[in-house]
Design a protein around this ligand. Structure first.
Ligand code: 1CP
Length: 319
């Protein structure tokens, strides 16, 4: 969950003078930044340093990641010709991804590497809105108003995402995570019609690779059952639904990931510890539990507080 993010001084140091997208395309930097939180916190897995818009950039979409804003698209996609411009991705489009994953697998020496991609709704939102959006107005305008065009866009994003995830696994990633971060903006009935057919295709298309598949979104309390249906092995839960309740919503046969509120880390340790303990206890109800925050590490988080949390979770799980 963005653990390499902006909270680490060593991250800010190596990123000085290099843009986010340039960093993502520079294997030495990708390896170094991916390793930083593993070294500092001895995490049980590493998350690949990249961004969800990297495959879109690689197939020629004009976009940049603007500091303090996020992804910004030069010409937002709002009609059939825009949708038609999205072509499939091939390994040759992202040689730096393959090279970075291969180097990382050696460097990590047995610690699993999680590859990732953006979920189709979340990618569609950036492409249609042109940048981060609160209400996803134009996205929903296309979804409701031009359903055929919407499904064509989602089909193309699904093809790109599936291929991009397979490239990472082929290079050595041992798990994958689909970040459909903003899909919590849609109602369950609309998820079933406009999103589920596409996310299901992504997870089904990864089944033969036999790697754990994690599916995450924010504000998805009402969607947890449908996200379980989509076919991942692990459903990520933000901090809004306790894990014992989430286990009931997701249904049998799935593990959960989560779900400490990242902002709890701003409180003193004697507040954080019982909260973390509570997450672990509720997580035992599920058929498997990956401890994590409910969303990314907030940039002003004290790295020492995170180290303490990682130690606490390791000790508690060992018991
Ligand atoms: O620890 C790591 O290295 C994780 C790497 C990582 C991941 C998994 C980054 C690096 N981005 C992502 C995924 C990502 N990118 C998501 C899904 C996860 C989530 O919900 O946070 C999303 C929605 C994005 C889009 C994005 N990229 C945003 C959000 C903007 C918005 O709409 O609010 C932002 C700020 C970025 C830039 C970015 N990506 C990653 C980092 C470290 C940063 C900050 C920029 C920088 O350091 O220069």
């Amino acid at each position: 969950m963005r653990q390499a993010g902006r909270s680490l001084p060593e991250y800010r140091r190596v990123r000085e003078g290099t843009s986010m997208l340039a960093a993502c395309a520079t294997p030495d930097l990708v390896v170094e930044i991916t390793m930083q939180p593993v070294r500092r916190y001895s995490t049980d897995a590493a998350i690949f340093f990249s961004d969800i818009v990297v495959p879109l950039k690689a197939i020629g979409v004009g976009l940049d990641i603007v500091p303090g804003v996020g992804p910004v698209v030069d010409s937002p996609i709002r009609d059939a010709s825009g949708v038609a411009s999205l072509r499939p991705i091939e390994p040759g489009d992202v040689p730096y991804v393959t090279e970075s994953v291969q180097s990382l697998v050696k460097e990590l020496d047995g610690v699993p590497l999680i590859g990732f991609a953006g979920g189709p709704f979340t990618l569609a939102s950036y492409l249609i809105e042109g940048g981060p959006s609160k209400n996803h107005d134009r996205t929903k305008a296309m979804m409701y108003g031009e359903p055929e065009l919407w499904h064509e866009l989602m089909d193309r994003l699904t093809t790109i995402t599936l291929a991009f995830l397979r490239i990472q696994v082929a290079a050595g990633a041992s798990a994958i995570q689909l970040f459909d971060s903003w899909v919590g903006a849609v109602a369950p009935v609309d998820y079933r019609t406009y999103v589920l057919p596409h996310t299901s295709k992504i997870f089904a298309g990864l089944a033969d690779l036999n790697v754990p598949r994690i599916h995450f979104g924010v504000g998805t309390g009402e969607l947890l059952g449908l996200m379980g249906e989509a076919g991942a092995d692990v459903v990520g839960v933000d901090w809004r639904v306790p894990l014992d309740e989430a286990a009931l919503r997701v249904g049998a046969g799935k593990a959960l990931q989560g779900n400490l509120d990242p902002a709890v880390l701003f409180a003193p340790w004697d507040v954080v510890e019982p909260r973390a303990r509570d997450v672990l206890e509720r997580g035992r109800v599920a058929e498997g539990h990956v401890f994590n925050l409910g969303h990314g590490v907030l940039p002003s988080t004290d790295p020492d507080q995170l180290a303490r949390l990682a130690d606490f979770v390791h000790e508690a799980s060992a018991r």
